[in-house]
Design a protein around this ligand. Structure first.
Ligand code: HEC
Ligand code: HEC
Ligand code: HEC
Ligand code: HEC
Ligand code: HEC
Length: 380
Protein backbone atom coordinates (compact mmCIF):
# COMPACT_ATOMS: atom_id res chain seq x y z
CA UNK A 1 0.00 0.00 0.00
CA UNK A 2 2.66 2.45 1.12
CA UNK A 3 4.82 1.38 -1.80
CA UNK A 4 2.11 1.94 -4.39
CA UNK A 5 1.36 5.37 -2.90
CA UNK A 6 5.02 6.24 -3.23
CA UNK A 7 4.98 5.06 -6.85
CA UNK A 8 1.97 7.22 -7.60
CA UNK A 9 3.58 10.20 -5.89
CA UNK A 10 6.74 9.71 -7.89
CA UNK A 11 4.82 9.35 -11.13
CA UNK A 12 2.95 12.59 -10.42
CA UNK A 13 6.17 14.38 -9.63
CA UNK A 14 7.89 13.12 -12.75
CA UNK A 15 4.87 13.93 -14.90
CA UNK A 16 4.67 17.45 -13.49
CA UNK A 17 8.37 17.89 -14.02
CA UNK A 18 8.12 16.68 -17.62
CA UNK A 19 5.20 19.03 -18.14
CA UNK A 20 7.19 21.93 -16.73
CA UNK A 21 9.98 21.15 -19.15
CA UNK A 22 8.05 20.32 -22.31
CA UNK A 23 4.46 21.56 -21.95
CA UNK A 24 3.51 24.49 -24.17
CA UNK A 25 1.96 27.43 -22.44
CA UNK A 26 -1.36 29.09 -23.26
CA UNK A 27 -2.75 32.31 -21.74
CA UNK A 28 -3.14 32.05 -17.98
CA UNK A 29 -6.66 31.39 -16.65
CA UNK A 30 -8.20 32.98 -13.54
CA UNK A 31 -6.92 31.67 -10.20
CA UNK A 32 -8.97 28.90 -8.59
CA UNK A 33 -10.63 28.94 -5.17
CA UNK A 34 -8.52 27.97 -2.18
CA UNK A 35 -8.63 24.23 -1.66
CA UNK A 36 -9.67 22.43 1.50
CA UNK A 37 -6.92 21.91 4.04
CA UNK A 38 -5.38 18.51 3.46
CA UNK A 39 -5.50 15.82 6.09
CA UNK A 40 -2.28 15.05 7.90
CA UNK A 41 -0.82 12.01 6.19
CA UNK A 42 1.93 11.65 8.76
CA UNK A 43 4.49 12.98 6.27
CA UNK A 44 5.28 15.91 8.54
CA UNK A 45 8.68 16.48 7.02
CA UNK A 46 7.57 16.56 3.37
CA UNK A 47 9.08 19.69 1.90
CA UNK A 48 8.22 19.45 -1.78
CA UNK A 49 10.15 20.85 -4.75
CA UNK A 50 11.20 24.40 -5.49
CA UNK A 51 9.31 25.65 -8.57
CA UNK A 52 12.61 26.10 -10.40
CA UNK A 53 14.03 22.67 -9.49
CA UNK A 54 15.59 21.12 -12.59
CA UNK A 55 15.80 17.40 -11.92
CA UNK A 56 18.66 17.00 -14.38
CA UNK A 57 20.92 19.36 -12.41
CA UNK A 58 21.36 16.64 -9.83
CA UNK A 59 20.02 13.41 -11.29
CA UNK A 60 22.39 12.86 -14.20
CA UNK A 61 25.12 10.63 -12.82
CA UNK A 62 26.50 10.14 -16.33
CA UNK A 63 27.57 13.75 -16.69
CA UNK A 64 27.15 15.54 -13.37
CA UNK A 65 29.91 18.09 -13.07
CA UNK A 66 27.82 20.66 -11.22
CA UNK A 67 27.24 18.96 -7.86
CA UNK A 68 28.88 15.55 -8.31
CA UNK A 69 25.90 14.03 -6.54
CA UNK A 70 26.84 10.46 -7.43
CA UNK A 71 30.37 10.95 -6.10
CA UNK A 72 29.19 12.57 -2.93
CA UNK A 73 26.62 9.85 -2.42
CA UNK A 74 29.40 7.29 -2.74
CA UNK A 75 31.52 9.13 -0.16
CA UNK A 76 28.60 9.48 2.23
CA UNK A 77 27.81 5.77 1.83
CA UNK A 78 31.20 5.05 3.42
CA UNK A 79 30.73 7.45 6.32
CA UNK A 80 29.70 6.44 9.77
CA UNK A 81 26.63 8.61 9.17
CA UNK A 82 25.52 5.96 6.70
CA UNK A 83 27.10 2.87 8.27
CA UNK A 84 27.02 3.52 12.02
CA UNK A 85 23.86 1.55 12.56
CA UNK A 86 22.55 3.72 15.35
CA UNK A 87 19.67 5.13 13.30
CA UNK A 88 17.63 2.45 15.04
CA UNK A 89 17.74 4.94 17.93
CA UNK A 90 14.51 6.13 16.38
CA UNK A 91 12.33 6.96 19.37
CA UNK A 92 11.15 10.54 19.72
CA UNK A 93 13.94 11.45 22.14
CA UNK A 94 16.69 10.09 19.88
CA UNK A 95 15.39 10.57 16.32
CA UNK A 96 16.13 14.31 16.29
CA UNK A 97 19.82 13.46 15.83
CA UNK A 98 19.92 9.83 14.77
CA UNK A 99 17.52 10.00 11.80
CA UNK A 100 17.08 12.35 8.83
CA UNK A 101 13.31 12.42 9.35
CA UNK A 102 13.52 13.43 13.02
CA UNK A 103 16.27 15.95 12.32
CA UNK A 104 14.13 17.71 9.70
CA UNK A 105 11.29 17.90 12.21
CA UNK A 106 13.61 19.33 14.85
CA UNK A 107 15.11 21.90 12.47
CA UNK A 108 11.59 22.94 11.40
CA UNK A 109 10.64 23.49 15.03
CA UNK A 110 8.16 20.60 14.92
CA UNK A 111 7.79 18.04 17.67
CA UNK A 112 10.08 15.11 16.98
CA UNK A 113 8.05 11.90 16.73
CA UNK A 114 8.95 8.21 16.73
CA UNK A 115 10.33 7.28 13.29
CA UNK A 116 9.32 3.81 12.19
CA UNK A 117 11.04 3.86 8.78
CA UNK A 118 14.08 5.87 9.79
CA UNK A 119 17.00 6.69 7.54
CA UNK A 120 20.40 7.69 8.92
CA UNK A 121 21.61 11.32 8.71
CA UNK A 122 21.76 11.78 4.92
CA UNK A 123 21.68 14.44 2.18
CA UNK A 124 18.27 15.72 3.21
CA UNK A 125 19.36 16.22 6.83
CA UNK A 126 22.15 18.70 6.20
CA UNK A 127 20.74 20.07 2.93
CA UNK A 128 17.29 20.56 1.47
CA UNK A 129 18.07 19.96 -2.20
CA UNK A 130 14.51 19.51 -3.51
CA UNK A 131 12.90 22.44 -1.72
CA UNK A 132 15.82 24.76 -2.46
CA UNK A 133 17.10 23.31 -5.75
CA UNK A 134 20.65 23.66 -4.45
CA UNK A 135 22.91 22.38 -1.67
CA UNK A 136 23.08 25.17 0.89
CA UNK A 137 23.15 23.96 4.49
CA UNK A 138 19.74 23.41 6.01
CA UNK A 139 20.69 25.47 9.02
CA UNK A 140 23.95 27.23 9.73
CA UNK A 141 23.09 29.53 12.63
CA UNK A 142 25.01 29.39 15.92
CA UNK A 143 24.03 26.58 18.30
CA UNK A 144 23.59 26.67 22.08
CA UNK A 145 25.29 23.70 23.75
CA UNK A 146 23.86 22.80 27.14
CA UNK A 147 26.21 22.72 30.12
CA UNK A 148 26.20 19.67 32.40
CA UNK A 149 28.14 21.39 35.18
CA UNK A 150 25.93 23.11 37.76
CA UNK A 151 26.37 26.87 37.72
CA UNK A 152 28.32 26.90 34.43
CA UNK A 153 26.47 28.72 31.63
CA UNK A 154 25.56 27.08 28.31
CA UNK A 155 28.00 27.78 25.46
CA UNK A 156 27.24 29.40 22.10
CA UNK A 157 28.99 27.50 19.30
CA UNK A 158 29.56 29.63 16.20
CA UNK A 159 31.96 28.14 13.67
CA UNK A 160 30.32 28.80 10.29
CA UNK A 161 29.58 25.66 8.28
CA UNK A 162 30.43 23.61 11.37
CA UNK A 163 27.28 24.84 13.08
CA UNK A 164 25.19 22.26 11.24
CA UNK A 165 27.39 19.50 12.70
CA UNK A 166 26.86 20.72 16.23
CA UNK A 167 23.10 20.63 15.81
CA UNK A 168 23.71 16.91 16.49
CA UNK A 169 27.27 16.69 17.83
CA UNK A 170 26.27 18.36 21.09
CA UNK A 171 25.55 17.35 24.66
CA UNK A 172 22.39 15.77 26.02
CA UNK A 173 21.30 16.41 29.59
CA UNK A 174 22.82 14.35 32.37
CA UNK A 175 21.48 13.77 35.87
CA UNK A 176 22.66 14.74 38.39
CA UNK A 177 24.79 17.49 36.88
CA UNK A 178 28.42 17.61 37.90
CA UNK A 179 28.45 20.01 40.88
CA UNK A 180 30.19 23.26 39.96
CA UNK A 181 31.75 24.13 43.30
CA UNK A 182 31.22 21.20 45.68
CA UNK A 183 32.09 21.52 49.37
CA UNK A 184 34.71 19.20 50.91
CA UNK A 185 32.14 16.88 52.52
CA UNK A 186 29.61 16.85 49.66
CA UNK A 187 28.72 13.59 47.94
CA UNK A 188 27.61 12.99 44.35
CA UNK A 189 25.21 10.09 43.95
CA UNK A 190 25.18 8.61 40.46
CA UNK A 191 22.33 6.23 39.75
CA UNK A 192 22.72 5.75 36.03
CA UNK A 193 25.52 4.22 33.95
CA UNK A 194 25.03 7.00 31.39
CA UNK A 195 26.51 9.70 33.61
CA UNK A 196 28.06 11.67 30.78
CA UNK A 197 27.17 14.26 28.14
CA UNK A 198 26.20 11.69 25.51
CA UNK A 199 28.70 11.12 22.67
CA UNK A 200 28.83 14.20 20.45
CA UNK A 201 30.93 16.49 22.63
CA UNK A 202 33.29 17.61 19.87
CA UNK A 203 31.76 21.10 19.61
CA UNK A 204 32.37 21.79 23.30
CA UNK A 205 35.91 20.48 23.24
CA UNK A 206 36.81 22.49 20.14
CA UNK A 207 35.59 25.63 21.92
CA UNK A 208 37.24 24.74 25.23
CA UNK A 209 33.98 24.31 27.12
CA UNK A 210 32.34 21.53 29.06
CA UNK A 211 35.33 20.29 31.10
CA UNK A 212 35.37 20.33 34.91
CA UNK A 213 38.12 22.62 36.20
CA UNK A 214 39.58 21.59 39.54
CA UNK A 215 40.02 24.50 41.94
CA UNK A 216 43.65 25.45 42.43
CA UNK A 217 44.90 23.95 39.14
CA UNK A 218 46.29 26.34 36.53
CA UNK A 219 44.73 25.69 33.13
CA UNK A 220 46.61 26.96 30.08
CA UNK A 221 43.56 27.72 27.93
CA UNK A 222 43.01 26.51 24.39
CA UNK A 223 45.02 25.38 21.40
CA UNK A 224 45.11 27.34 18.18
CA UNK A 225 42.29 25.22 16.70
CA UNK A 226 39.73 27.01 18.91
CA UNK A 227 40.48 30.39 17.40
CA UNK A 228 42.15 29.60 14.06
CA UNK A 229 40.65 31.88 11.38
CA UNK A 230 39.97 29.08 8.89
CA UNK A 231 38.31 26.91 11.54
CA UNK A 232 36.26 29.84 12.87
CA UNK A 233 34.76 30.23 9.38
CA UNK A 234 34.34 26.64 8.30
CA UNK A 235 34.34 24.73 11.57
CA UNK A 236 34.42 20.95 11.56
CA UNK A 237 34.46 20.62 7.72
CA UNK A 238 37.85 22.44 7.64
CA UNK A 239 39.52 19.20 8.68
CA UNK A 240 36.87 16.53 8.16
CA UNK A 241 35.68 17.45 4.68
CA UNK A 242 38.79 18.56 2.80
CA UNK A 243 38.71 16.47 -0.39
CA UNK A 244 41.40 13.91 -1.09
CA UNK A 245 43.34 14.42 -4.28
CA UNK A 246 43.86 11.32 -6.37
CA UNK A 247 47.05 9.52 -5.61
CA UNK A 248 47.74 5.82 -5.18
CA UNK A 249 47.07 4.78 -1.59
CA UNK A 250 45.66 8.14 -0.60
CA UNK A 251 42.27 6.52 -0.77
CA UNK A 252 40.24 9.05 -2.69
CA UNK A 253 36.70 8.77 -1.45
CA UNK A 254 37.65 6.94 1.73
CA UNK A 255 38.39 9.96 3.85
CA UNK A 256 37.57 13.65 3.64
CA UNK A 257 34.65 15.00 1.64
CA UNK A 258 31.34 13.49 2.64
CA UNK A 259 32.94 10.46 4.29
CA UNK A 260 33.95 13.00 6.97
CA UNK A 261 36.61 10.50 8.04
CA UNK A 262 40.17 11.36 8.94
CA UNK A 263 41.26 7.88 9.95
CA UNK A 264 40.67 5.10 7.42
CA UNK A 265 41.88 1.79 6.02
CA UNK A 266 43.51 1.79 2.60
CA UNK A 267 41.84 -1.48 1.70
CA UNK A 268 39.51 -3.99 3.22
CA UNK A 269 41.34 -6.22 5.64
CA UNK A 270 44.31 -3.83 5.96
CA UNK A 271 45.90 -4.14 9.37
CA UNK A 272 46.62 -0.54 10.13
CA UNK A 273 44.83 2.72 9.68
CA UNK A 274 46.15 5.75 7.85
CA UNK A 275 45.27 9.40 8.27
CA UNK A 276 44.01 12.03 5.87
CA UNK A 277 46.22 14.95 6.88
CA UNK A 278 45.82 17.36 3.96
CA UNK A 279 44.03 19.96 6.09
CA UNK A 280 46.76 19.98 8.78
CA UNK A 281 49.28 21.10 6.22
CA UNK A 282 47.23 23.88 4.65
CA UNK A 283 48.65 27.39 4.50
CA UNK A 284 47.60 29.34 7.58
CA UNK A 285 47.60 26.06 9.50
CA UNK A 286 50.71 23.90 10.05
CA UNK A 287 52.11 24.69 6.61
CA UNK A 288 55.85 24.35 6.99
CA UNK A 289 55.54 22.20 10.14
CA UNK A 290 54.42 19.46 7.82
CA UNK A 291 52.45 16.63 9.41
CA UNK A 292 53.02 13.11 8.19
CA UNK A 293 51.86 9.76 9.56
CA UNK A 294 54.72 9.64 12.04
CA UNK A 295 54.49 13.16 13.39
CA UNK A 296 50.71 12.83 13.61
CA UNK A 297 50.97 9.65 15.66
CA UNK A 298 53.52 11.34 17.89
CA UNK A 299 51.13 14.23 18.39
CA UNK A 300 48.25 12.06 19.62
CA UNK A 301 50.34 9.70 21.75
CA UNK A 302 50.62 11.83 24.93
CA UNK A 303 46.84 12.19 25.11
CA UNK A 304 46.23 8.51 24.38
CA UNK A 305 48.75 7.50 27.04
CA UNK A 306 47.60 9.88 29.76
CA UNK A 307 43.94 9.10 29.09
CA UNK A 308 44.84 5.47 29.63
CA UNK A 309 46.49 6.31 32.96
CA UNK A 310 43.35 8.15 34.03
CA UNK A 311 41.18 5.20 33.02
CA UNK A 312 43.35 2.82 35.04
CA UNK A 313 42.99 5.01 38.13
CA UNK A 314 39.21 5.20 37.71
CA UNK A 315 38.95 1.44 37.27
CA UNK A 316 41.08 0.91 40.38
CA UNK A 317 38.64 3.09 42.30
CA UNK A 318 35.79 0.95 41.03
CA UNK A 319 34.10 3.93 39.40
CA UNK A 320 34.48 2.38 35.98
CA UNK A 321 33.86 -1.27 35.13
CA UNK A 322 36.58 -3.23 33.36
CA UNK A 323 34.76 -2.52 30.11
CA UNK A 324 35.02 1.21 30.72
CA UNK A 325 31.41 2.03 31.63
CA UNK A 326 30.29 3.92 34.73
CA UNK A 327 29.76 1.46 37.57
CA UNK A 328 26.28 2.63 38.54
CA UNK A 329 22.66 1.69 38.04
CA UNK A 330 21.26 -1.77 37.30
CA UNK A 331 22.87 -4.48 39.39
CA UNK A 332 25.55 -2.08 40.65
CA UNK A 333 23.19 0.28 42.46
CA UNK A 334 24.13 3.89 43.12
CA UNK A 335 27.73 5.09 42.91
CA UNK A 336 28.53 7.59 45.66
CA UNK A 337 31.60 9.77 45.32
CA UNK A 338 32.91 11.78 48.30
CA UNK A 339 34.36 14.38 48.21
CA UNK A 340 32.18 15.25 45.24
CA UNK A 341 34.96 17.22 43.56
CA UNK A 342 36.71 13.96 42.63
CA UNK A 343 33.75 13.01 40.44
CA UNK A 344 35.20 15.65 38.13
CA UNK A 345 37.88 13.14 37.15
CA UNK A 346 35.26 10.62 36.01
CA UNK A 347 33.33 13.35 34.24
CA UNK A 348 36.44 14.66 32.42
CA UNK A 349 37.54 11.18 31.40
CA UNK A 350 34.22 10.49 29.68
CA UNK A 351 34.24 13.92 28.01
CA UNK A 352 37.67 13.51 26.46
CA UNK A 353 37.10 9.88 25.61
CA UNK A 354 33.82 10.63 23.83
CA UNK A 355 35.42 13.50 21.94
CA UNK A 356 37.31 10.75 20.07
CA UNK A 357 39.90 13.09 18.56
CA UNK A 358 42.70 12.05 20.93
CA UNK A 359 43.02 15.68 21.85
CA UNK A 360 43.40 17.02 18.33
CA UNK A 361 40.29 19.19 18.61
CA UNK A 362 41.92 21.16 21.43
CA UNK A 363 45.11 19.53 22.68
CA UNK A 364 46.07 21.94 25.46
CA UNK A 365 42.58 21.91 26.91
CA UNK A 366 42.28 18.12 26.74
CA UNK A 367 45.73 17.53 28.20
CA UNK A 368 45.10 19.89 31.13
CA UNK A 369 41.75 18.29 31.93
CA UNK A 370 43.38 14.86 31.95
CA UNK A 371 46.40 15.95 33.98
CA UNK A 372 44.34 17.76 36.61
CA UNK A 373 42.02 14.76 36.89
CA UNK A 374 44.96 12.40 37.42
CA UNK A 375 46.37 14.76 40.05
CA UNK A 376 43.01 14.92 41.86
CA UNK A 377 42.75 11.12 42.01
CA UNK A 378 46.31 10.78 43.26
CA UNK A 379 45.76 13.31 46.04
CA UNK A 380 44.59 11.39 49.11
C1 HEC B 1 19.65 20.31 -6.15
C2 HEC B 1 19.73 18.90 -6.44
C3 HEC B 1 18.47 18.13 -6.79
C4 HEC B 1 17.47 18.49 -7.66
C5 HEC B 1 17.36 19.77 -8.48
C6 HEC B 1 16.55 17.39 -7.67
N1 HEC B 1 16.97 16.40 -6.84
FE1 HEC B 1 16.04 14.66 -6.48
N2 HEC B 1 17.44 14.16 -5.07
C7 HEC B 1 18.58 14.89 -4.84
C8 HEC B 1 19.40 14.18 -3.92
C9 HEC B 1 20.77 14.62 -3.39
C10 HEC B 1 18.72 12.98 -3.61
C11 HEC B 1 19.19 11.88 -2.65
C12 HEC B 1 20.31 11.13 -3.27
C13 HEC B 1 19.85 10.27 -4.38
O1 HEC B 1 18.98 9.42 -4.14
O2 HEC B 1 20.36 10.46 -5.50
C14 HEC B 1 17.49 13.00 -4.36
C15 HEC B 1 16.56 11.99 -4.34
C16 HEC B 1 15.47 11.93 -5.20
C17 HEC B 1 14.52 10.86 -5.24
C18 HEC B 1 14.52 9.66 -4.31
C19 HEC B 1 15.38 8.59 -4.86
C20 HEC B 1 15.40 7.42 -3.90
O3 HEC B 1 15.83 6.38 -4.34
O4 HEC B 1 15.05 7.57 -2.75
C21 HEC B 1 13.60 11.15 -6.21
C22 HEC B 1 12.42 10.31 -6.62
C23 HEC B 1 13.98 12.42 -6.78
N3 HEC B 1 15.12 12.86 -6.13
C24 HEC B 1 13.31 13.05 -7.80
C25 HEC B 1 13.61 14.31 -8.27
C26 HEC B 1 12.83 14.99 -9.29
C27 HEC B 1 11.61 14.42 -9.99
C28 HEC B 1 13.41 16.21 -9.45
C29 HEC B 1 12.99 17.35 -10.35
C30 HEC B 1 11.64 17.84 -10.13
C31 HEC B 1 14.56 16.27 -8.56
N4 HEC B 1 14.63 15.11 -7.86
C32 HEC B 1 15.40 17.37 -8.44
C33 HEC B 1 18.91 16.10 -5.38
C34 HEC B 1 18.14 16.81 -6.28
C1 HEC C 1 21.61 14.83 11.85
C2 HEC C 1 22.60 14.77 12.91
C3 HEC C 1 24.06 14.91 12.54
C4 HEC C 1 24.65 15.93 11.87
C5 HEC C 1 24.01 17.18 11.31
C6 HEC C 1 26.06 15.60 11.80
N1 HEC C 1 26.29 14.40 12.41
FE1 HEC C 1 28.05 13.41 12.48
N2 HEC C 1 27.14 11.84 13.38
C7 HEC C 1 25.83 11.81 13.76
C8 HEC C 1 25.52 10.54 14.33
C9 HEC C 1 24.17 10.10 14.89
C10 HEC C 1 26.71 9.78 14.26
C11 HEC C 1 26.89 8.33 14.70
C12 HEC C 1 26.23 7.47 13.66
C13 HEC C 1 25.93 6.08 14.12
O1 HEC C 1 26.67 5.54 14.93
O2 HEC C 1 24.93 5.53 13.59
C14 HEC C 1 27.71 10.63 13.65
C15 HEC C 1 29.02 10.24 13.38
C16 HEC C 1 29.99 11.08 12.89
C17 HEC C 1 31.37 10.72 12.68
C18 HEC C 1 31.98 9.35 12.96
C19 HEC C 1 32.23 9.18 14.43
C20 HEC C 1 32.78 7.85 14.82
O3 HEC C 1 32.56 7.48 15.99
O4 HEC C 1 33.42 7.16 14.00
C21 HEC C 1 32.02 11.83 12.23
C22 HEC C 1 33.50 11.97 11.91
C23 HEC C 1 31.04 12.88 12.13
N3 HEC C 1 29.81 12.40 12.52
C24 HEC C 1 31.32 14.18 11.72
C25 HEC C 1 30.34 15.12 11.44
C26 HEC C 1 30.60 16.40 10.83
C27 HEC C 1 31.98 16.92 10.47
C28 HEC C 1 29.40 17.00 10.66
C29 HEC C 1 29.11 18.33 10.02
C30 HEC C 1 29.61 18.51 8.66
C31 HEC C 1 28.37 16.11 11.19
N4 HEC C 1 28.99 14.99 11.65
C32 HEC C 1 27.01 16.39 11.21
C33 HEC C 1 24.89 12.81 13.62
C34 HEC C 1 25.09 13.97 12.89
C1 HEC D 1 21.53 15.97 20.44
C2 HEC D 1 21.65 14.92 19.46
C3 HEC D 1 21.47 13.49 19.91
C4 HEC D 1 20.40 12.93 20.56
C5 HEC D 1 19.09 13.62 20.96
C6 HEC D 1 20.72 11.54 20.75
N1 HEC D 1 21.96 11.26 20.23
FE1 HEC D 1 22.94 9.48 20.31
N2 HEC D 1 24.53 10.29 19.34
C7 HEC D 1 24.58 11.57 18.84
C8 HEC D 1 25.80 11.73 18.09
C9 HEC D 1 26.24 13.00 17.37
C10 HEC D 1 26.49 10.50 18.16
C11 HEC D 1 27.81 10.14 17.52
C12 HEC D 1 28.93 10.72 18.28
C13 HEC D 1 30.27 10.28 17.76
O1 HEC D 1 30.47 9.12 17.40
O2 HEC D 1 31.12 11.14 17.74
C14 HEC D 1 25.65 9.61 18.98
C15 HEC D 1 26.01 8.31 19.30
C16 HEC D 1 25.18 7.42 19.93
C17 HEC D 1 25.52 6.05 20.19
C18 HEC D 1 26.79 5.35 19.77
C19 HEC D 1 27.79 5.36 20.86
C20 HEC D 1 29.08 4.67 20.47
O3 HEC D 1 29.66 4.04 21.33
O4 HEC D 1 29.50 4.79 19.32
C21 HEC D 1 24.45 5.47 20.84
C22 HEC D 1 24.30 4.04 21.32
C23 HEC D 1 23.44 6.51 20.97
N3 HEC D 1 23.92 7.68 20.43
C24 HEC D 1 22.21 6.34 21.57
C25 HEC D 1 21.24 7.33 21.69
C26 HEC D 1 19.94 7.12 22.27
C27 HEC D 1 19.44 5.80 22.81
C28 HEC D 1 19.28 8.34 22.23
C29 HEC D 1 17.89 8.68 22.74
C30 HEC D 1 17.59 8.27 24.08
C31 HEC D 1 20.18 9.29 21.60
N4 HEC D 1 21.36 8.64 21.28
C32 HEC D 1 19.88 10.63 21.39
C33 HEC D 1 23.64 12.57 19.02
C34 HEC D 1 22.45 12.42 19.69
C1 HEC E 1 26.21 15.56 7.99
C2 HEC E 1 25.94 16.69 7.13
C3 HEC E 1 25.93 16.48 5.64
C4 HEC E 1 25.38 15.42 4.95
C5 HEC E 1 24.72 14.18 5.50
C6 HEC E 1 25.54 15.72 3.57
N1 HEC E 1 26.19 16.92 3.42
FE1 HEC E 1 26.70 17.83 1.66
N2 HEC E 1 27.70 19.25 2.67
C7 HEC E 1 27.76 19.37 4.04
C8 HEC E 1 28.65 20.44 4.38
C9 HEC E 1 29.00 20.89 5.80
C10 HEC E 1 29.13 20.97 3.17
C11 HEC E 1 30.18 22.04 2.97
C12 HEC E 1 29.64 23.40 3.15
C13 HEC E 1 30.78 24.39 3.14
O1 HEC E 1 31.96 24.01 3.01
O2 HEC E 1 30.46 25.55 3.27
C14 HEC E 1 28.49 20.21 2.11
C15 HEC E 1 28.67 20.46 0.75
C16 HEC E 1 27.98 19.81 -0.26
C17 HEC E 1 28.00 20.16 -1.65
C18 HEC E 1 28.76 21.32 -2.24
C19 HEC E 1 27.89 22.55 -2.11
C20 HEC E 1 27.92 23.41 -3.31
O3 HEC E 1 27.10 24.36 -3.31
O4 HEC E 1 28.69 23.15 -4.22
C21 HEC E 1 27.22 19.27 -2.32
C22 HEC E 1 26.90 19.24 -3.80
C23 HEC E 1 26.71 18.33 -1.34
N3 HEC E 1 27.18 18.70 -0.09
C24 HEC E 1 25.91 17.25 -1.64
C25 HEC E 1 25.52 16.30 -0.71
C26 HEC E 1 24.88 15.06 -1.05
C27 HEC E 1 24.51 14.60 -2.45
C28 HEC E 1 24.65 14.39 0.11
C29 HEC E 1 24.07 13.00 0.33
C30 HEC E 1 24.77 11.94 -0.34
C31 HEC E 1 25.16 15.23 1.19
N4 HEC E 1 25.68 16.38 0.65
C32 HEC E 1 25.11 14.90 2.54
C33 HEC E 1 27.11 18.59 4.96
C34 HEC E 1 26.46 17.40 4.66
C1 HEC F 1 41.71 20.86 13.43
C2 HEC F 1 41.06 19.87 12.66
C3 HEC F 1 39.72 19.38 13.18
C4 HEC F 1 38.59 20.11 13.46
C5 HEC F 1 38.39 21.61 13.34
C6 HEC F 1 37.60 19.18 13.89
N1 HEC F 1 38.12 17.91 13.87
FE1 HEC F 1 37.17 16.24 14.44
N2 HEC F 1 38.89 15.19 14.32
C7 HEC F 1 40.09 15.68 13.85
C8 HEC F 1 41.11 14.66 13.99
C9 HEC F 1 42.55 14.80 13.56
C10 HEC F 1 40.48 13.54 14.56
C11 HEC F 1 41.11 12.25 15.04
C12 HEC F 1 41.19 11.17 14.02
C13 HEC F 1 41.91 9.98 14.66
O1 HEC F 1 43.07 10.13 15.10
O2 HEC F 1 41.30 8.95 14.73
C14 HEC F 1 39.09 13.90 14.74
C15 HEC F 1 38.13 13.05 15.25
C16 HEC F 1 36.77 13.33 15.25
C17 HEC F 1 35.72 12.36 15.50
C18 HEC F 1 35.94 10.88 15.77
C19 HEC F 1 36.12 10.19 14.44
C20 HEC F 1 36.53 8.76 14.52
O3 HEC F 1 36.64 8.15 13.44
O4 HEC F 1 36.75 8.23 15.61
C21 HEC F 1 34.52 13.02 15.40
C22 HEC F 1 33.15 12.44 15.56
C23 HEC F 1 34.82 14.40 15.09
N3 HEC F 1 36.19 14.54 15.01
C24 HEC F 1 33.87 15.38 14.90
C25 HEC F 1 34.18 16.73 14.79
C26 HEC F 1 33.22 17.80 14.89
C27 HEC F 1 31.74 17.61 15.09
C28 HEC F 1 33.92 18.95 14.77
C29 HEC F 1 33.41 20.36 14.92
C30 HEC F 1 32.79 20.67 16.19
C31 HEC F 1 35.31 18.60 14.55
N4 HEC F 1 35.42 17.26 14.58
C32 HEC F 1 36.32 19.53 14.29
C33 HEC F 1 40.30 16.94 13.34
C34 HEC F 1 39.41 17.99 13.46
Amino acid sequence: MRKSLTMIAMAVVLFTAAFMLFGCEGPQGPGGKDGKDGTNTGLLALEGFAPNARCGDCHTPGQDSLYFVAGRKYQWAQSRHALGGNSERNGASCAGCHTTEGFIQRMNGQTVTNQYQPSPPGCFACHSPHARAEFSLRKATAVTIGSNIAGVADALFDYGAGNVCVQCHQTRTMSPKMPGAPGPTDTVTITNERWYSHYGVQGQVLMGEGGFKFPGYTYRGNSNHSVNAAIKTKGCPTCHMVEQAYSPNLGTGKAGGHTMNIRYYTEEGALDTVYHLVSCNATGCHGANFFNETSYRNAIRPIEDSLHVLETLLTAKNWLTSSGTVRAGGTYGPLKITPAVKAGALYNFLLIEHDLSKGIHNTKYAQDLINSSIQALRTP
